[in-house]
Ligand binder design. Structure first.
Ligand code: GLP
Length: 269
């Protein structure tokens, strides 16, 4: 597990976008797992900039979003489909038919979950999954207590999550009570995972996820079981990590080693 600590939310977004761009250039038909929420917005802004100014090409990319409220009309301004269109898809050259978000009006949401998992498999699995983290340590809508082996399914939202998300709806009663979400087991099958967290409000959840025990009470702690995870944090979100200085040291050392290797290889040519 790598922990990268950067000065602010802007830098976190840029670093995540840089990693995504490296993947897209190496594998133009890659499969991305995407997240909603305020945290990934700077990353999406940077990807749009890279598309417009540097020609980053999304034409062959497939995406799967983590979750969606249920029930919700995809045209509703608070639906995650609407969010993705507005914050990313409408501004890049992606084929919308290849952008998957769970369908908030699925007549049978249970069947839809099975279908969603099949689509991920058909696409060859997720190459790189972007995650945010909830104040209670949730990832996607996997609330505390979710099985670490869970698959895409219908979840009842906790009161905490409904309250946290109520600010986006006109009235608190308008927040849907359910969600369709990828499971923790589904998320752990991604080949690489980037968890982004910014602001002090996330500091407790981040410390539990990285330094606490692996427990369903903090769903993000399950990432400790994954072979290729990077936590990209701003200073505030990293502020409660006991071994913060060590992570910074390790990151500097590994960046320096990579630089040395690149220089050596360049000199050999
Ligand atoms: C929601 C989403 C999560 C997201 C979390 C944090 O509940 N389902 O995927 O990570 O909120 O959101 P924010 O980034 O706005 O803090």
């Amino acid at each position: 597990m790598e922990v990268v600590i950067l000065p602010d939310a802007e830098a976190v977004g840029k670093e995540a976008a840089r990693k995504i761009a490296v993947l897209i250039r190496r594998k133009p038909n890659c499969v991305l797992g995407l997240a909603t929420g305020s945290t990934p917005i700077p990353c999406y802004r940077e990807l749009i900039r890279m598309h417009k100014e540097e020609g980053l090409d999304f034409s062959k990319v497939t995406t799967f979003n983590l979750d969606e409220y249920y029930p919700i009309d995809p045209r509703h301004h608070q639906s995650y489909r609407y969010f993705m269109d507005e914050n990313l898809f409408n501004h890049i050259n992606i084929d919308k038919a290849r952008t998957f978000v769970p369908y908030g009006l699925a007549p049978d949401p249970y069947e839809h979950c099975i279908w969603y998992e099949e689509q991920i498999k058909k696409a060859g699995g997720i190459d790189l999954q972007i995650l945010g983290i909830g104040h209670n340590g949730h990832i996607a809508f996997n609330e505390p207590g979710s099985s670490l082996a869970s698959r895409t399914r219908v979840k009842t939202l906790t009161r905490e999550t409904i309250e946290a998300n109520a600010r986006f709806f006109e009235r608190p009663e308008d927040v849907p009570r359910y969600a369709i979400t990828m499971g923790i087991g589904t998320i752990l099958e991604a080949r690489e995972i980037l968890l982004l967290a910014t602001s002090e409000g996330k500091a407790d959840a981040v410390a539990k996820a990285i330094e606490g025990p692996v427990t369903s009470m903090c769903p993000a702690s399950a990432l400790q079981l994954h072979p290729h995870v990077t936590f990209i944090l701003d200073e505030a979100a990293a502020s409660k990590l006991e071994r913060k200085d060590y992570y910074k040291y390790v990151h500097e050392m590994s960046e320096s080693l990579k630089r040395q290797i690149r220089e050596k290889l360049a000199n050999q040519i």
